[in-house]
Design a protein around this ligand. Structure first.
Ligand code: TPP
Length: 256
């Protein structure tokens, strides 16, 4: 079921970005499996769990997942890129989504605030945030993690879409951060490392116990996953599929 959901999400964003001639398709394909698992587990009802997308440039993939879960309709999804820059960071457009960051490095800080507020209000909902590995170059990520550890935010779950790439290429060459797991651990997070395209690994990681600590799921992924010529190809950070490529890409995604 989740595999099918992920396939539909990939198909949706390939078509949408191609039609609108907008980039970041590689960033979206790398997190499709994460969202398929996460949105199957999360309470997506109003007043339920909260979601923050810190790597907001991939926001259309969240809209696709919400559409496939029946939360938004196709018309809303199809209009995602209309007035894009006004809409992207706002929550009413995508229910349950509290924040989609345009400027990288702010999502965890927002998620920490939401989790802390939930604790203060004695609310039981959980706060989930997806962050990019390149985004972890930003110091604000670590300031936020310092607070998450200090306040023992065990209602906060952060998933790092660790595709080992960022805007201009491979992270080891752009800005080598070494072992990201150790860095999150140093801020008192419970860290689990998984294959971010393995539905079972992702599902069990979401159930790991993390008393008095935030949980960080380090999801090792492939940028552009599912389309052979997009995988690990920096051209598809800012790129999208043209008409000819779209046909091939959709064929590959359906077959996978
Ligand atoms: C503060 C800031 N600097 C630069 C950018 C431009 N930018 C958009 S996406 C991106 C790379 C992000 O890499 P990563 O977090 O690894 O996400 P990926 O797309 O690889 O999944 C950059 C530098 C931005 N949006 N915000």
């Amino acid at each position: 079921m989740m595999k099918n959901l992920a396939m539909k999400i990939r198909k949706d964003v390939l078509i949408l970005t191609s039609k609108n001639k907008v980039g970041h398709i590689g960033s979206m394909l790398s997190m499709a499996d994460i969202l398929a698992v996460l949105f199957s587990k999360m309470d997506l009802s109003s007043g339920g769990d909260r979601f923050v997308l810190s790597k907001g440039h991939a926001g259309a993939v969240v809209a696709a997942a919400l559409m496939e879960k029946g939360i938004i309709d196709k018309k809303t999804f199809d209009s995602y890129y209309d007035n894009y820059h006004q809409k992207r960071p706002s929550s009413p457009f995508l229910p349950g989504v509290k924040y989609m960051s345009c400027s990288l490095g702010h999502g965890i800080g927002v998620a920490v605030g939401l989790a802390l507020a939930a604790k203060m209000d004695r609310k039981k909902h959980l706060v989930y945030a997806v962050v990019g590995n390149g985004e972890c170059n930003e110091g604000s990520v670590w300031e936020a993690m310092m607070a998450a550890g200090h306040y023992k935010l065990d209602n906060l779950i952060i998933i790092v879409d660790h595709n080992h790439m960022q805007a201009m290429g491979h992270s080891s060459e752009c800005m080598d951060m070494g072992c990201l797991e150790q860095k999150f651990e140093a801020f008192n997070a419970r860290v689990v490392s998984v294959d971010g395209h393995n539905f079972e690994h992702l599902t069990s990681a979401l159930s790991v116990k993390h008393e008095k600590q935030p949980l960080v799921i380090m999801a090792h992924t492939i940028k552009g996953k599912g389309v052979s010529f997009m995988e690990n190809n920096p051209d598809y950070h800012y790129g999208y599929a043209d008409k000819k490529q779209l046909k091939i890409a959709l064929g590959e995604v359906k077959k996978a």
